[in-house]
Design a protein around this ligand. Structure first.
Ligand code: TRP
Length: 455
């Protein structure tokens, strides 16, 4: 096994499709299906899309490639990679930051992901059809007010992701991503076709694509950059960990570009599947985070064939969420099993147990126990804010600086070219981006996230 230490055998993705399916599975998540469409709609539609695309290419792809490079060079977890590449330095702390961040993200992400299971069940048992607006609102608020149901689904979700991760890199992570990601794309294309063929669909497409440059402000530019980061799973070592399972002969650059473009395409496609339908039924598109759980069920309630489209949509949301969650959990599991020398089973049980407890507390903080708060903000929002706005950009910043200035130019070229197997025509450009452009851009997002800077 290609392991620096040559000791413990590690998992590897079997082929390039496995790498792409798993990494795209990590990237495509709740961030694409519900967050991207509504923030694009709110921030200038087509104009926002252009800014977002620019950030994906100029900032996101170089940052992803940096993480992949570290992981593949060391063939180790997020902490172990830094220890192996820069022994006797403090760089491993960047990996630690990532592991802690992964633990926090997994906890609150599993709460919202759990809701997809409740809604999948509601869709399967035909609970939307024939209901009016108030009744559908009540479905959501009723669910939220029952303390135990959201908790139950959070636990089920944590258990499912734990079972997949426990089965290993090839037999768990890679296998499920190879099945679920193509299925996800298929469902999304069917939903998109259904949506654009509804009467009045063009208004929805206009909402999403019409480039309203007057809506592009400093803050929407930063929102675009932050979204690019979260959506590409950058900043906490998820891609270091997945990169460590990539074979030496696979081309890092082309895999990263494929994933980044697929992630963006899927985000746009989900806008295409959602907005034409929302407009077609005369429902307001700007309900923000409630869009998926409150607005869409209204659409399904009125749509011909709504039953089957609702089932497909919530299955899609569940697939997107679980393939992302396993990449987050794997950061913690790979760290525990390799650095603490325990079995994958034990590591998964330990990590999932902790995440389940923190996840339940997050869920309770949203309804039954608002006392679970810090400085007047519920625990759920505190974790979300800290991890997404502070820890991810900070982690991303350190990772990029490490690759640009401390990794070693020769080693970098060797890694990007897979030991000379591929031409790296973009090498100089890449180095320029990671040395100057990317750190400055991430710096802005970070300062904005902690409130020290705003435009
Ligand atoms: N990218 C996922 C989404 O869009 C979320 C996610 C998975 C993530 N792994 C991550 C975000 C690692 C940041 C870091 O929903």
């Amino acid at each position: 096994m290609e392991d620096l230490s040559g000791r413990k055998p590690r998992g590897l993705f079997a082929n390039k499709f496995g790498v792409i399916a798993a990494t795209a599975g990590s990237a495509v998540g709740l961030g694409n299906i519900w967050r991207f469409p509504y923030i694009a709609g709110e921030n200038g539609g087509g104009a926002f899309l252009l800014v977002y695309l620019f950030f994906i290419v100029a900032i996101g792809i170089p940052a992803m490639l940096s993480e992949f490079t570290i992981g593949r060079a060391a063939h180790k977890n997020a902490v172990g990679s830094f220890k192996a590449l820069s022994p006797r330095s403090k760089w491993f702390l960047v990996g630690m930051l990532g592991v802690v961040c992964a633990f926090m993200i997994d906890a609150f992400y599993s709460v919202v992901a759990g809701w997809t299971l409740e809604y999948l069940l509601k869709a399967l048992t035909n609970q939307f059809c024939g209901k009016n607006y108030e009744e559908i609102q009540y479905l959501f608020s009723g669910f939220q007010q029952s303390a135990w149901r959201p908790i139950l689904w959070t636990l089920v979700f944590v258990l499912l992701s734990g079972l997949i991760v426990m089965s290993g890199v090839e037999k768990g992570i890679e296998k499920y991503n190879k099945i679920l990601m193509p299925l996800l794309l298929l469902i999304l294309v069917i939903l998109g076709i259904r949506a654009v063929t509804l009467p009045g669909a063009s208004m929805g497409l206009e909402f999403l694509f019409y480039p309203d440059f007057s809506k592009i402000t400093g803050s929407s530019v930063l929102i675009a950059l932050g979204q690019a980061f979260f959506s590409l799973s950058i900043g906490m070592g998820a891609l270091i960990t997945y990169g460590s399972y990539v074979r030496k002969k696979d081309n890092l650059g082309s895999s990263v570009v494929t994933v980044a473009l697929s992630d963006t395409l899927i985000a746009i496609l989900s806008g295409v599947a959602i907005f034409p339908a929302v407009f077609s039924f005369g429902i307001s598109p700007d309900s923000g985070p409630d869009l998926v759980y409150q607005t869409l069920p209204n659409v399904f309630a009125q749509m011909k064939g709504g039953y089957i489209f609702a089932v497909m949509f919530f299955a899609l949301l569940f697939f997107a969420a679980i393939t992302s969650t396993i990449s987050i959990l794997e950061v913690v599991v790979a760290y525990l099993s390799e650095e603490k020398n325990i079995s994958r089973r034990k590591a998964t049980a330990l990590a999932s147990g902790g995440i389940a407890i923190l996840g339940c507390l997050c869920s309770l903080s949203l309804n039954a126990f608002p006392q679970l708060s810090i400085n007047g903000k519920d625990l759920f929002s505190v974790l979300e804010y800290l991890s997404s706005n502070v820890m991810l950009p900070l982690g991303g910043l350190f990772i990029v600086i490490y690759v640009a200035w401390f990794f070693g130019k020769e080693r970098l070229y060797k890694e990007l070219s897979s030991d000379g197997r591929y031409k790296v025509r973009y090498y100089k450009f890449f180095l320029f981006l990671v040395r100057y452009i990317v750190p400055v851009a991430i710096g802005f997002v970070f300062l904005n996230g902690v409130g020290l800077f705003s435009i």
